[in-house]
Design a protein around this ligand. Sequence first.
Ligand code: SOE
Length: 387
Amino acid sequence: MIGTGFMGAAHSQAFRVAPHFFDLPLHPEMTVIVGRDAAKTQAAAEKLGWAEASTDWREVIARDDIDLVDICSPGDSHAEIAIAALAAGKHVLCEKPLANTVPEARQMAEAARAAAARGIRSMVGFSYRRVPALSFARELVQAGRIGEVRQARAAYLQDWLVDENGPMTWRLDKKLAGSGSLGDIGAHAVDAVQFITGQSVDLVSGYLRTFVTERPLLAAPVEGQSTVGLSGAASDERGEVTVDDAAWFTGQLSGGAVASFEATRYATGRKNGLNIEIFGSRGAIVFDLEKMNELEFYDGTDAAGEQGFRRIFVTEPEHPYAAAWWPTGHGLGYEHPFSHQLRDLVFDIAEGRDPSPSFDDGLQVQEVLDAVERSAADRGIWTTVSE
Ligand code: SOE
């Protein structure tokens, strides 16, 4: 495991829990966690359940007792670590977005393709695909239950930056994060719409905005204060915010549908709402991550007097992943999709399949983000995603 922050903790939980709920063909052993600071990494190892702590990822990926490298560090380190790990013959799980730039993502995808030829697997961590309701939405759409998809709307709304005195975290620094809301949460929205509809975003018109251009720098962490999270204590010094705070874009999907996307961490009151609406020629589906166990489904073939959105509680054994957990009606939370992701990756490794989403899928999302940035820099001109 590379990274001891929020995602390191979320993925560690999956490693601890998934083997107890899913009958896995291979048994993950939590061998070593890697971080920059020796004392903090040792504390993380003890808290999160890793046998050892290290500050040297190069030494770790060279070890014979490491089979899988899970990259949960900031985006500026993804390419170097993933490419080195694949070259060393390790399977790789890499957090989203795949990289900070298209050239980096392209190199990673090339390395993954070369490694796949040697039986080495790689996956990018778009965990929300594995929220049961979102997976089920895809099943309905792919089974033709809403007919031909014509329109998609996706808005990823958070508010953790709304306080303008909140300190700079790495996510506000372009060098570390690549972009702001666009790559952090817009990437999830793009992946989710493409996953559900089976269509890719081909053409975009984008608009980016930074509301607060300067913030207090982070103070040194206080003893005992959690380092798992999106905030921290502010110091007296100030720094420049170099990423977008909010991203809006419209797009055209490969199957002819139109789509709109919003990604913001300034939507006061919205904590982690990924709202998705897909409208087809004979039905529609609506999903909201803040109600992640539910899916609304409108079936246009219902009798005229009975039509309306029905709320499906996606907790039945028939629903994706649900049978492994609790009895009907006992819902899941933010952490469960990480276990589903790990479950699928372990099966793919054991059964010699290329996982989905692949690094090529991660590269394609990166190309969408890049097209949005290019469009926004040119007053929203319509921009083709990749040549
Ligand atoms: C922060 O906006 C964040 O933690 C994202 O980075 C995650 O991918 C998302 O799952 C929750 O919000």
